[in-house]
Design a protein around this ligand. Structure first.
Ligand code: SF4
Ligand code: SF4
Length: 421
């Protein structure tokens, strides 16, 4: 790869400036509402974490090069240029203090999509050599090994053997013509192996034809997190190639929020063509099976349960009611967090923050908002449907000495399936 320089970074920022970007900067009324929506700003109280400020490198390039006023300022020698020092300083603002949760975007009174602009700004940061080490190595591993954590198929093969011996079922692999291709995330494979066993049991119970692919099993898209469209497109192409090889009609994204938005919403634009298959989050599939009467459960959890909505699923994709329908199937004593669904608070770990070791302190600071929400309703257990959120909830609750276990929704459904005769 050729050298990453300020000039490359500026060229990338320039390339990101389009009509929505120009409309964004022209219409911002500096009301500060986005700040009140951001857990990183609110929980640190530090004005430098104000969402709109995170866009300053992109805003400067827009003003300096795309506006008449900017050009006049240039002639008068009054332009504030984007320098390498500035980008080095902004690295923390653009990556460490933003989980790409999109809460700022939904509260902006003039409809500015701050989350999308931060993604654009990351494109320039990467090209100028100002991306966090943790995200760079995750991206390199994703391209070279297929997984941001460097997992190979042999690790998954061992897990498949465990699932098969404990469930007595077969995990289908490379089954051509199956209806669904199931993708996993590395975080799930490492931290929550029970997820694979849960879907194996549920799909067997519901009579679903599905398969894993040895060609591509990973749904995580490190290119989206670091902010590099070429890497993101390459990772999407691998999923598409695997789905095409196996001729599936549907692809299931795992319990991982950003993987779902990457493959479902951003993927076709990244690769420049529509998919020959449809994409669903596992929770959407389970809710469809529930509605069709193909999931039969027995018994209910009787302890007080609450739910954390992953930002990518609820706020960005509108998957809100499905998880509540599934909870109703297996939980007797469910209580929603006060702000939930579209306006729920981020756990603090998404958007690559959890892969960026340097951001650990900020990640835990942002979690305090979620902690306060959980304290308000005092559940005995939390349920969620994103491996990154689940890891952050577990780590955060432990850090604050709150003894509240966290469970995955898919796994909870599997535990209540009616046994076959
Ligand atoms: S909420 Fe919207 S209009 Fe208000 S400061 Fe933020 S970006 Fe500007
Ligand atoms: S996307 Fe979320 S974390 Fe990032 S600036 Fe907006 S509110 Fe803050």
């Amino acid at each position: 790869m050729s050298e990453l320089t300020l000039e490359r970074g500026l060229a990338a920022l320039r390339a990101e400036i389009d009509a929505p970007t120009a409309a964004f900067f022209s219409s911002c009324v500096h009301c500060g509402l986005c700040a009140q929506a951001c857990p990183f700003y609110l929980e640190t109280g530090d004005p430098k974490y104000t969402p709109i400020l995170k866009l300053e490198p992109l805003r400067r390039v827009w003003e300096n090069e795309f506006t008449l006023w900017g050009r006049i300022k240039g002639l008068l020698g009054l332009q504030k240029k984007v320098t390498d020092e500035m980008l080095a300083e902004w690295e923390e603002l653009v990556y460490d203090s933003c989980s790409l949760c999109g809460r700022c975007s939904v509260v902006c009174p003039v409809g500015n999509d701050l989350y999308a602009m931060i993604r654009k700004t990351r494109e320039g940061m990467v090209q100028s050599g100002h991306a966090p080490e943790g995200l760079i190595s995750a991206s390199v591993r994703a391209i070279t090994t297929g997984s941001p954590m460097g997992l190979q198929w042999k690790t998954l093969a061992v897990q498949i053997q465990h699932v098969e011996s404990s469930s007595g079922l077969t995990v289908p692999v490379d089954r051509e013509g199956a209806e669904y291709l199931v993708l996993l995330s590395s975080m799930e494979i490492i931290n929550f192996p029970e997820y694979l066993e849960a879907i194996t049991k549920i799909f067997d119970h519901a009579g679903i034809s599905w398969t894993l692919s040895t060609q591509c099993f990973e749904a995580t898209n490190a290119g989206i997190q670091i902010g590099n469209k070429d890497i993101a497109a390459e990772l999407v192409e691998r999923v598409v190639a695997a789905a095409e090889t196996l001729r599936v009609s549907k692809v299931i994204s795992p319990e991982c929020g950003h993987a779902y938005t990457a493959i479902r919403w951003e993927g076709p634009n990244l690769i420049g063509r529509p998919y020959p298959f449809r994409v669903f989050h596992i929770i959407e599939v389970l809710d469809e099976l529930r509605a069709a009467g193909r999931i039969k459960t027995e018994g209910k959890e009787d302890d007080r349960l609450s739910l954390h909505d992953p930002c990518n699923l609820a706020r960005k994709s509108g998957v809100i009611q499905q998880q509540r329908n599934l909870m109703a199937l297996v939980a007797e004593n469910f209580v929603d967090l006060k702000e939930h669904g579209k306006y729920q608070w981020c756990c603090g770990a998404g958007g690559g923050v959890s892969s960026n070791e340097r951001a650990e302190e900020l990640k835990m600071a942002a979690f305090k908002r979620k902690k306060a929400q959980i304290e308000e309703v005092a559940p005995e257990r939390m349920v969620t449907m994103c491996a990154t959120c689940r890891t952050q909830l577990e780590e955060g609750l432990e850090a604050f000495n709150m003894e509240i276990p966290v469970v995955g929704l898919t796994e909870m459904i599997a535990e209540h399936l009616v046994e076959r005769d």
